[in-house]
Ligand binder design. Structure first.
Ligand SMILES: [Zn+2]
Length: 251
């Protein structure tokens, strides 16, 4: 294909040049520039579905991925989407060094060409910087998926850092609708049927009225999240459906 292969004398590659030496643990001979890509949106926008789709597309090309998530309450961490797709993932927490995570996989003889990070809003700023280092120094592509804002409409720390340093940022276009039919934009936290605007940044709950008793939120209030348009977020109006649900869930 190239001029060098079509008859002209072969010129030995300068193997000692820095560019020809693969970065430690990188199995690709000619690493293309890797990228840190961030996809974000409100709850239910299909980010986990997109994460699994990206993983599927990459693995079909023979690339090897590592899937990580956090805040997953199941015993076997997974990335699951509301349309029924599901894949096992590695559970991480705020203390996980993502550079070491990749190096450990390499040390165990696994290839890691790309990293899928779900629930990326929960990453610390330092962990996002670790992801950037994995991209730049180890040529591993990183695809991060996360919520844009918390229930107070403020950027999550991980999201903020990703917006600052990612190579490529996409707002997920699958439209989530507020109960009024307008595009949903903001995540409201609902405690015992009432929208709240103060509290801990992270309270993991489901986006449907909880049926599993007592998980993480303790004995008291039932916490759930609901996507609203900006106007109904401002007014704190959860809509007739939500009110109906709450009434149904009363004893
Ligand atoms: Zn609305």
């Amino acid at each position: 294909m190239t001029a060098g292969e079509s008859g002209s004398p072969t010129i030995p590659l300068p193997l000692s040049s820095p560019a020809a030496v693969p970065t430690s643990g990188d199995h690709r001979r000619n690493p293309a520039p890797a990228h840190l890509r961030f996809f974000h949106g409100p709850m239910d926008c299909g980010k986990s579905t997109l994460a699994l789709q990206v993983d599927h597309n990459q693995s079909r090309q023979g690339r090897h991925g590592l899937l990580v998530t956090q805040g997953d309450r199941s015993a076997a961490p997974q990335i699951s989407s509301r349309v029924g797709l599901c894949r096992e993932a590695l559970g991480i927490d705020s203390g996980t060094d993502l550079r070491l995570l990749v190096r450990d996989r390499w040390a165990d003889g696994h290839r890691v060409d790309y990293l899928i990070v779900d629930e990326a809003q929960f990453l610390s700023r330092g962990q996002v910087d670790q992801l950037a280092e994995v991209v730049d120094e180890s040529h591993v592509d990183v695809y991060a998926f996360g919520l844009t804002t918390d229930f107070r409409t403020r950027l999550f720390p991980g999201t903020q850092r990703l917006l600052e340093v990612a190579d490529d940022i996409q707002r997920i276009q699958v439209e989530v609708l507020c109960w009024c039919g307008l595009p949903g934009l903001l995540n409201a936290r609902v405690v015992d049927g009432i929208m709240v605007r103060t509290g801990e940044t992270v309270v993991v709950a489901d986006t449907a009225p909880p049926e599993l008793p007592g998980e993480a939120t303790g004995p008291s209030p039932a916490v759930r999240y609901q996507v609203l348009c900006r106007r109904h977020y401002a007014r704190g109006e959860l809509g007739p459906t939500a009110a109906g649900r709450e009434q149904l869930s009363q004893p």
